[in-house]
Design a protein. Structure first.
Length: 131
């Protein structure tokens, strides 16, 4: 799994900690979303893959994911996987969802990040100022 900057996201479980492993995982993911390390739309590893990476039982990771979904931090999209949810006020949520859809579309079209960002910047400059 990668963070918002594209680097690896370090999750770890301390077997000696007083908090159970699912709570340690839940807390680390929630904090990574809150501080922006995990951006909205980030695809999370499968339960099985993360359980293997962290040497945890599959049910432990599933419990953490289920708790994070109940809190609105993650959203399950069926067979497509589990993703970090859009956050903030309704306008920010809609903007985040639009950005995620745009990123998916331009990557599907084969554009690199620099070209995709240049298109957005050009479009923003062409619009009249808000307010």
């Amino acid at each position: 799994m990668t963070d918002a900057a594209g680097g690896p996201l370090a999750l770890s479980i301390d077997p000696a900690a007083s908090a159970p492993p699912y709570e340690q995982l839940r807390r680390q993911v929630a904090e990574a979303v809150t501080d922006g390390t995990l951006a909205p739309g980030t695809r999370m590893p499968t339960v099985r893959a993360l359980a293997t990476d962290l040497d945890l039982a599959v049910n432990t990771v599933a419990k953490a994911y289920k708790s994070l979904e109940a809190d609105g931090v993650l959203e399950g999209r069926g067979r497509a996987g589990t993703f970090v949810s859009a956050t903030g006020d309704p306008a920010s949520q809609q903007a985040q969802l639009a950005a995620i859809a745009y990123a998916d579309r331009v990557h599907h079209l084969g554009l690199d990040d620099a070209a995709a960002l240049a298109l957005v910047e050009s479009a923003l400059r062409a619009r009249p100022p808000v307010g």
